[in-house]
Design a protein around this ligand. Structure first.
Ligand code: ZN
Length: 243
């Protein structure tokens, strides 16, 4: 499996304190999490500052699962690139949308809604697993304490998820659909809320496990080069004749 991790990479440069939790930036920690999976053959890292956002066709075309973390510069991702990623998802590429990437162009395009949510500074978060039979929830307890995390709340303006796997409860009173899936074309999408850059969220054992499970689940189960409606060659009459 080829996995590509896309990180905007700006926060780490502007606020060096983030490197206390993520010495090799957020993408470095995500690469470490994904690199632990025996199913993964290659992990490619791409950032906004790289030529073509680090996602030339030759990388995108062979990516099975793409992870996306962004916040400050969603608008700097070119529309042409977003269109290519969108097409790759429809062809079967899995997409994991992390935390503030709910406002990324690609997520909004795939959802077709505003993807707005209610927001507050850090409070205390507890995550509940509400679909324990889902492969993304394998090995995750009924609930666990995440601790300090940026507060996201409902209403989260997304289409009804195909599956809601995690709910976030915050001690400030908010509730949030923290882990949700959708199918788009031949591809799968997983949105996962935890991961504010100033908190050590991606060092938490259960967060890491969820990201690993999601990566495996998102891997294409069926792919197609061009999205077309296949022509059904045999009429029912012909099939009956051959019987
Ligand atoms: Zn944040």
């Amino acid at each position: 499996m080829n996995v590509t991790i896309w990180n905007e990479g700006i926060h780490e440069e502007l606020y060096p304190k983030i490197k206390e939790h993520y010495p090799n930036c957020i993408h470095g920690t995500l690469a470490e999490i994904i690199g632990e999976l025996p199913q993964v053959d290659n992990v490619h890292i791409a950032t906004l500052e790289q030529e073509g956002c680090g996602l030339p066709d030759e990388i995108l075309d062979k990516t099975d699962v793409l992870l996306w973390w962004g916040h400050m510069a969603h608008d700097r991702v070119p529309d042409e690139l977003v269109a290519k990623i969108h097409h790759r998802v429809l062809q079967g590429m899995g997409l994991m949308v992390l935390h503030s990437a709910h406002f990324s162009k690609i997520f909004i395009k795939l959802m077709g809604t505003s993807c707005c949510l209610s927001w507050k500074e850090d409070t205390y978060e507890r995550l509940f697993c509400v679909k324990p039979s889902h492969p993304i929830a394998a090995g995750i307890p009924s609930h666990f304490e995440l601790g300090k995390e940026e507060t996201y709340g409902e209403f989260f303006d997304v289409p009804d998820p195909d599956e809601t796997i995690f709910l976030g409860w915050f001690d400030s009173g908010e509730l949030f659909r923290s882990g949700c899936t959708w199918h788009r074309g031949y591809g799968k999408v997983f949105y996962f809320q935890p991961g504010h850059e100033t908190n050590p969220t991606y060092n938490h054992e259960y967060i890491r496990k969820i990201i690993q499970n999601a990566c495996i689940w998102l891997a294409p189960s069926n792919t197609i080069e061009y999205i077309t409606s296949p022509y059904i060659e045999k009429t029912l009459e012909e099939i009956r004749k051959t019987k």
